[in-house]
Structures are given as C-alpha cells and as structure tokens.
Design a protein around this ligand. Structure first.
Ligand SMILES: Nc1ncnc2c1ncn2[C@@H]1O[C@H](COP(=O)(O)OP(=O)(O)OP(=O)(O)O)[C@@H](O)[C@H]1O
Ligand SMILES: [Mg+2]
Length: 337
C-alpha cells in the first residue's frame, strides 16, 4: 500500500574528506519527509548543503564523498521501498531508479546539455534506456512533451542543437528530459537561477502545471523564498548542513520560529511582506563548514542567542505535528530522544 510519503530522509550525513584529512560536514544529520504528490521547497543560503542533499538522494556524489550515517527511504507507487543509501552508486538498481522513477533537473542547464547531440536525441536517450519503445515512438513522445512545455514548432525544433536554443528554452528542454519518463519524484535544483526574472516565473509556472498534470512529487531547491512562497506545499529551511525549520508553507511563512528563518524572511522581498526599503540583510557570514562552532551553528549570527546556544547543538523540537524546529528556545516535544 502506498504510504503518505514518497521519500523519508532520516539523520542523513554526507561528508567530504578534503586536504589534510579535514572533513567537510556538508549534510550533517538531515531529517525530512516529502509528501506524495506535493511540492517541498528546500531553501537556504549558498553552501548550506542543498545540492549535496539532492546528489545524495540520487547517489550522484563525487568519489571523495562518504555517507557515514543515515537513510533515504524511497517509497515508489506500486513498488518496494528502498533505502537509497544502501544501493551501490553504480549498480543496476540505482540506474533503474535514476532518471526513471526519480529524476533531477540540474542547477546549470547549459553545462548539462551536450552540444554535439541534437535536442531530440538527448531527450529520448533516457527514455530508450528505460523502456522498450522504438526511437520513432520516443521522439513522438518528446515532441508532445516539448509542446506541453510551449516550445513552438516542436517537431522541427527537436532536430536543432543546444546552441540554437535560448537560455529559457534550454531550461524547458531540461524539464522535458526530467519528465519524459514520468518520474514519481522530481528534484529541481535551482532550475531558474541562470534565467532572467520573467523567464524564471514562466519556468516555475510550467513546473507547477506539469506537477498538477502528472501528479509527481517535487523537491524544489532554491535560495529564493519568493519561489517557495509561490509554489511549495511544505518548506524545509537548511542552515549549515541541518534542517533548522520544517513545516507546511503556512507554518513557516505565517509562524516562522527559528531565528534564521525569521532573518531569511526579512532579508528578501516576498509578495505581501515589507517593501524593499525595509529589507534587513542577515548579519555575519556562514561559518567554515570544516570548523563548525561547538553549539548552534547560527549562534554567532543570532540576535536571540544565549549562553546555552554556545555549547549545545539544538535537537529537533516538534512544535505541532507538522512544524519542527531546531532551536533550544522553542518549546515542544523533543523528537531526538
Ligand atoms: N566535492 C566537494 N568537495 C568538498 N566540499 C564540497 C564538495 N561539494 C560541495 N562541498 C561543500 O559542501 C557544502 C555544501 O555545498 P552545496 O553545493 O550542497 O551547497 P548549496 O546549498 O547547494 O549552495 P548553492 O546555493 O550555492 O548551490 C559547501 O560547503 C561546499 O563547499
Ligand atoms: Mg546548490
């Protein structure tokens, strides 16, 4: 029977061993769940570990990375649950999931398209690998997908090469590649950062439309709170390798409890919040990930920090059933005991 969640990440740790055996704790005990058919927004400043979390799910990490702890349970509809952490990164099982049941739109579309193959060949490659259909059928499906994504004259444009497409069109091609296999879970990593603002809005609208058409679950990764406010059902706020606040969009936007979330919301313009003149940047900088403070990682930048914050790493506190915060000043059920 299908569970309410398509993905359950529990205490995930992903680390890199760098020069002089220093360890970068890029993902440091991440726990969150993705509801089936819903959109989760994963937000946080640059370097907080969003992409490494996504690459851990896909098991697309560089060789220097290790996952010493944690689990990533994937519960496909009509299939057996699997812990992605336990799979061999190059094995048959992960290859049958990747690009098929779980697909990813990468941060940099320009680098992800191969300039020497035409658009059609690149879109159908993954489809031909995973299903028993002819190339002609696959190309027809690719044309229909591009039409859905509003690429004019799709049946002709499919023979073009990436350099003949604009940035926004290339991003649509990336979305087509991500969706052509009808994935159950789509991970979109900053799908719009390289695009100008109007095209960004169009791409977000397209992902929303596709999501309601096909009903897949989505993790959208961004540092843009406006995008999250616009499209997410649930929100995970990440800071220095940890999820510091998790809840429904209403929990996080109407009742932000972690000082980092509060600061993040005050630092960016979001429809309905203060005008740009009232925006307050977050003071200080993120700490060096290989030399983390002993207590709460946000303590050096936090306006509400007390002595306790300097020494103890805050555990997960369930404020309500849906709203979880990592801050010693939050009152609720201790979920880490
Ligand atoms: N291959 C690697 N080797 C060593 N450290 C790495 C590697 N890849 C990422 N990191 C480190 O892991 C941390 C998290 O990086 P990540 O790319 O996940 O950040 P991000 O939240 O996606 O940031 P952005 O918003 O800029 O994309 C950073 O400190 C980064 O320097
Ligand atoms: Mg990233």
């Amino acid at each position: 029977m299908a569970t309410e969640y398509i993905l359950e990440i529990n205490n995930l740790k992903t680390q890199f061993v760098v020069r002089r055996r220093r360890v970068v704790r890029a993902v440091d005990g991440v726990t969150f769940k993705v509801r089936r058919g819903k959109i989760l927004g994963l937000v946080g400043e640059s370097g907080c570990g969003k992409s490494v979390t996504a690459h851990s799910i896909m098991r697309l990490l560089p060789k220097t990375a290790v996952i010493p702890e944690g689990s990533i349970m994937f519960h496909p509809e009509g299939g057996e649950s699997v812990d992605m952490v336990q799979l061999k990164p190059t094995g048959r099982k992960i290859r049958s999931i990747r690009g098929n049941e779980i697909s990813m739109i990468f941060q940099d579309p320009m680098a992800s398209l191969n300039p020497v193959y035409n658009i059609g060949d690149q879109i159908v490659e993954v489809l031909l690998e995973h299903s028993k259909i002819t190339k002609k059928q696959a190309l027809e499906r690719a044309v229909r997908m591009l039409e859905l994504l509003s690429i004019p004259k799709a049946s002709e444009r499919i023979k073009d090469y990436p350099h003949q497409f604009s940035g926004g069109m290339k991003q649509r091609v990336m979305i087509a590649m991500g969706l052509i296999c009808r994935p159950q879970l789509l991970i979109a990593d900053e799908p719009t950062t390289a695009l100008d603002v109007t095209i960004q809005a169009q791409i977000i609208e397209l992902i929303k439309e596709m999501q309601s058409e096909f009903g897949f679950s989505t993790i959208i990764i961004t540092h843009n709170m406006g995008i999250v406010a616009d499209m997410a059902d649930d929100v995970a706020v990440m800071y220095m390798g940890k999820i510091v606040e998790f809840g429904t969009k209403e929990d996080v936007f109407l009742n932000p409890l972690h000082p980092y979330t509060q600061a993040l919301l005050k630092s960016v313009p979001i429809l309905g919040n203060a005008g740009e003149d009232k925006l307050i940047p977050i003071r200080g900088v993120t700490p060096d990930p290989s030399a983390m403070p002993p207590g709460c990682a946000f303590e050096p930048r936090c306006d509400f920090a007390t002595e306790a914050c300097k020494t103890c790493v805050p555990g997960r506190v369930g404020v309500t059933d849906s709203h979880i915060v990592r801050c010693v000043h939050c009152i609720g059920e201790n979920l880490d005991d």
